[in-house]
Design a protein around this ligand. Structure first.
Ligand SMILES: Nc1ncnc2c1ncn2[C@@H]1O[C@H](COP(=O)(O)OC(=O)CCCC[C@@H]2CCSS2)[C@@H](O)[C@H]1O
Length: 336
């Protein structure tokens, strides 16, 4: 198989590249790539990004968040994780089969002395632990099949970046299927490094180095960068394309308990209501219209709350506490 080089480790670029190549590469024979992202959470096409990520952690740790064009759940990437993508001409989308792609990857690993099992969901597993997840997208006679290989990923960072199935978000969005994960490195022959691992996978899949590299032209690269800039790096795609959802949260403070119920569409608040036993100096509904239409982000909500500080709509509950009502995933109890 010909190999195509993904030229950097920026998740916006690489997810744009997957999408662009699916539409534009149109190879006569299968082409594949092996590539890596810096810290990122990659969201499935039909997922609610707000429900899948832990906003505080990803902001703090500079974890990129990117929506891909294939289905399935949210996964965490770092430089210990390797991604692979196959682009294949296919007769119809109906002929598409996960096993057809997962099997050669399993064989490649076996050739390196690493035994893996293929699970019922077409994940690769070692010792009952998931080490690879896969997803696909069909478009106009071509199929993109891509997946991950957990070589030496920071599992603690993975767990912190991804949000647990959260009943505070109600929607028809696709849910991730949480698994026990493992790292291939722990089961690999001693002395096999990440670089050697990638090199050997490439060697195996290029028919022992006999297949040539598919070279992208500068014009093709520029089109990919343009797609990245216009779509895959944009909030309106990564968050804004989340299916409509309802968000409920409850928080308790020394100044009273607050329940918030919100409708969010295209990432923007379309309705909001507060209930609770807080003693507002004035009625919070006076500022309701200012919250409607803004993006569901900490910055946008903070700005409105700040502008309305004087109203003391929530009595002695502070703006910082209020922000927790909006964004904290678990019930917060402050000041005892
Ligand atoms: N990097 C990685 N690899 C494998 N499994 C992971 C990873 N990160 C998280 N997980 C585990 O999988 C579930 C989600 O599993 P779920 O089955 O819901 O989703 C997937 O597997 C999707 C794979 C997409 C692969 C694409 C290839 C190129 S861009 S992303 C998550 O909750 C974790 O438990």
């Amino acid at each position: 198989m010909q190999f195509i080089n993904y030229f950097n480790q920026d998740a916006y670029t690489n997810i744009a590249m997957d999408a662009w190549l699916l539409k534009n590469l149109k190879p006569e024979k299968p082409v594949f790539s092996l590539w890596q992202n810096k810290k990122a959470v990659i969201i499935g096409e039909n997922q609610n990004t707000f429900a899948e990520v832990n906003p505080e952690y990803i902001t703090e740790q500079n974890v990129q968040v990117v929506r891909r064009v294939s289905g399935g759940g949210a996964v965490y990437h770092d430089l210990g994780n390797i991604c692979f993508t196959f682009f294949v001409p296919v007769a119809t989308s109906a002929s598409v089969d996960f096993h057809q792609f997962v099997k050669p990857m399993a064989d490649a690993l076996e050739s390196l002395g690493i035994h893996v099992d293929i699970s019922g969901r077409n994940d690769l597993e070692i010792d009952g632990k998931k080490v690879s997840g896969n997803a696909q997208r069909y478009a106009g006679g071509y199929l993109m099949h891509h997946g991950t290989l957990l070589w030496d990923t920071d599992v603690d960072a993975m767990v912190r970046s991804l949000n647990v199935a959260d009943e505070k978000f109600i929607s028809k969005a696709a849910k991730s299927v949480r698994s026990r994960v493992g790292n291939i490195k722990d089961y690999a022959p001693v002395g096999l490094t990440l670089d050697k691992f990638i090199e050997q996978l490439k060697y195996y899949l290029t028919d022992e180095g006999r297949d040539s590299e598919y070279k992208l032209t500068d014009a093709q690269k520029n089109s990919i960068l343009k797609l990245r800039d216009e779509k895959f790096s944009q909030w309106s795609w990564n968050y804004g394309k989340s299916p409509q959802f309802m968000y409920n949260n409850h928080a308790k403070y020394s100044g009273g308990a607050i329940d918030v119920q919100m409708d969010v569409d295209s990432g923007h608040i379309t309705d909001i209501n507060f209930t609770g036993d807080f003693l507002g100096v004035r009625d919070w509904r006076e500022m309701k219209s200012q919250l409607i239409g803004i993006p569901f982000t900490r910055e946008a909500v903070a700005e409105v709350l700040d502008k309305n500080k004087e109203g003391q709509y929530f009595g002695s509950v502070t703006n910082d506490e209020l922000l927790e009502t909006f964004f904290q995933k678990d019930e917060v109890v402050t000041n005892g």
